[in-house]
Design a protein around this ligand. Structure first.
Ligand SMILES: Nc1ncnc2c1ncn2[C@@H]1O[C@H](COP(=O)(O)OP(=O)(O)OP(=O)(O)O)[C@@H](O)[C@H]1O
Length: 298
């Protein structure tokens, strides 16, 4: 069977948001296993929110996230880089070794073989010799390399990266892009939030253009057209930040195989395949609680 034919991620009319205010909605898509997808869109488009939902950190307000091919512990998520406490007394080695947590558990020690793997991961990101350095002493680019090393140790088939190239030097960006392309060659499924559209055009075969709803999903050259980018900007400007969940009728029929119920969903013919009988919900996110009320505001 063609490995690329299997959906790694399936979104069914998904709505994600905060305090029941949608941040991104009407999102339906099938992302095949092995895809390398750039998630793009204007500020506030819902890109980070989508990744949080996929990572199980945010429960859907409506619709479903299905990860039919994902083994337990098979998802590695790298959120946006936050501030780090520079007085935090932990070494680069220890931070990177946290990538082995699913093997080691909360109280386990690191074996000789695992130490070797931590060192190999540091070497792969160009950080050999930095093992004993306090994490707080690293530059922004070095810290991002260390975070990539930690992610590598998770050895996950599904990788979610939120703005991994933000505020780092171009040499580091090039190295991190190479690592991502290597993971893609290994057959992993990768979703990366990227702001630089030139980078997306150069390196990412597939793009998902979001603007509070999906604008387009498919081959990058077909997604990043001037018309679609303009539409994304218009949608973003028109979005009502304070709207409650809308089109409740749609949300309650989210699992019905009726593409007409979510017309924005398949801009590039990524039609639903209702035949994946082995699909099981995401362990953390899955189905939304039943919507309580609807205010069809737009
Ligand atoms: N924790 C939160 N609580 C409430 N609202 C939030 C929260 N996080 C994000 N939002 C809102 O959700 C919407 C989508 O935000 P999100 O961070 O997903 O967008 P984004 O596309 O990643 O934006 P950017 O490119 O600026 O990082 C925005 O209106 C944002 O203000």
């Amino acid at each position: 069977m063609n490995r690329l034919a299997l959906p790694m991620i399936r979104l069914d009319n998904l709505t994600l948001g905060y305090d029941r205010h949608p941040a991104v909605h009407h999102l339906s898509a099938e992302i095949p296993a092995g895809a390398l997808v750039a998630v793009v869109g204007p500020n506030g488009a819902g890109k980070s929110t989508l990744l949080k939902g996929l990572a199980g950190e945010l429960r859907p307000i409506g619709g479903r996230i299905l990860l039919p091919e994902l083994p337990a512990g098979g998802l590695a998520y790298m959120p946006q880089r936050g501030e780090i406490d520079h007085s935090f007394p932990v070494s680069v080695f220890d931070v990177v070794a946290m990538g082995l947590w699913h093997e080691i558990g909360a109280f386990g020690g690191v074996s000789r073989e695992q130490r070797r793997r931590v060192r190999a991961a540091l070497e792969a990101v160009g950080m050999a010799g930095f093992e004993s350095r306090p994490i707080g002493s690293l530059s922004g680019g070095q810290l991002q390399r260390a975070r990539f090393a930690r992610l590598m140790l998770q050895d996950a088939p599904l990788i979610l990266l939120d703005e991994p190239f933000a505020a780092i030097d171009s040499r580091t960006v090039d190295d991190l892009v190479e690592l991502i392309l290597g993971w893609h060659d290994e057959g992993r499924t990768i979703l990366t939030v990227v702001h630089d559209l030139e980078q997306v055009r150069r390196h990412f075969p597939t793009a998902l253009l979001l603007s509070r709803e999906p604008v387009a999903f498919g081959p990058t050259a077909e997604v990043l057209t001037p018309e679609r980018l303009a539409r994304a900007r218009r949608l973003s400007e028109a979005f009502d930040e304070h709207a409650h969940e809308c089109h409740i009728e749609e949300l309650t029929v989210a699992v019905a195989p009726d593409a007409a119920a979510h017309p924005h969903a398949h801009d590039h013919g990524h039609a639903h395949d209702e035949g994946h009988g082995h699909a099981h919900p995401h362990p953390a996110a899955h189905t939304a609680p039943r919507p309580r009320r609807g205010l069809p505001r737009h």
